[in-house]
Design a protein around this ligand. Structure first.
Ligand code: ATR
Length: 274
């Protein structure tokens, strides 16, 4: 049978095998989807062994997304922009890479949370792999302006240059965020605050009466940013659990050519992450 897997390190707590199994049951598809732990140095060989053993599709999570990009023969254009992939599809004798995180985020915000992103000003915190994956999808969703702010400003400029839409994508220094005005959407794509005791401090001037704050993480890793968002009285406060399920659905769709319903799995997972 065709084999699927998620690669990462650590991988034991990955929800992906569970999510894909639920989708497969729903669609009546027999599925062999496992979690495979691989250190960055071992990942290329592990992925080759997986292909030799009948592996036809894989998800890739931290810290392997950029390495996976380097192992692909072909890519989608959004993966090219992100220089990172979370979805691999075997094509002939090579891997085809895609990144479904960005569309996953947009679907969660627009479908699950009923937000209309068109014409909105969006603040993107971070310029690492996660930020690069979601930026193009936000622009495709019709936002008016994307301001990228990163602790290391050069990386924000690199991201903006890679997108190549100087009229719509701006950058600013982290310590000058108070000059930016307010935003309808603030996206935390940094790894800051993943430690529970860390505090997230951002100017309150970023928030208006419509502001949605979204963290790409879920569980404890999202607590610090979302605590700030609550204190700042953001209108909607969203963690990355919905994005997790939606990016999985997009991967599933590419492999099995059917889009699963995400509501039931989301509700089930949500019960564990209040
Ligand atoms: P990921 O794949 O999660 O995006 P990454 O590529 O290592 O991981 O990127 C981490 C992001 O979090 C970067 O934008 C990083 O900022 P730098 O480019 O300046 O390193 C950001 N980050 C990490 N710790 C941070 C902190 N304490 N404050 C602000 N930004 C932080």
């Amino acid at each position: 049978t065709a084999r699927y897997a998620v690669f990462g390190q650590p991988i034991a707590h990955s929800q992906s095998p569970h999510i894909h199994a639920a989708f497969a049951r729903q669609e009546g598809i027999a599925l062999d989807y496992r979690a495979i732990e691989a250190a960055p140095a071992d990942f290329p060989a592990a992925l080759e062994a997986f292909a030799a053993d009948g592996g036809v599709g894989a998800n890739v999570t931290a810290p392997l997304k950029e390495i996976a990009f380097g192992l692909c023969k072909t890519f989608t254009s959004r993966a090219m922009l992100a220089q990172s992939v979370n979805t691999l599809l075997r094509k002939g004798d090579g891997w085809h890479g895609d990144t479904t995180d960005g569309v996953g985020l947009v679907r969660d915000l627009t479908d699950r949370h009923s937000l209309d992103l068109r014409g909105r000003r969006v603040l993107l915190l971070g310029a690492g792999g996660s930020a690069r994956s979601v930026a193009p999808a936000l622009l495709d969703a019709g936002i008016r302006e994307l301001v990228v702010v990163n602790r290391t400003p050069e990386r924000a400029d690199e991201l903006s240059d890679a997108i190549g839409e100087p009229g719509r994508v701006l950058t600013q220094y982290w310590d000058r965020m108070d000059e930016l005005g307010d935003f309808e959407l603030i996206v935390n794509a940094t790894s800051a605050g993943r430690d529970r005791n860390e505090e997230f401090k951002l100017p309150l001037s970023l928030v208006n009466s419509l502001t949605t704050a979204v963290d790409l993480n879920y569980g404890e890793a999202s607590f610090a940013f979302l605590a700030w968002a609550r204190a700042a009285q953001c209108r909607n406060i969203v963690d990355g659990l919905g994005m997790l399920v939606e990016q999985a659905a997009t991967s599933f769709q590419q492999w099995h050519e059917v889009r699963p319903e995400t509501g039931p799995v989301y509700d089930e997972l949500r019960a564990n992450y209040v």
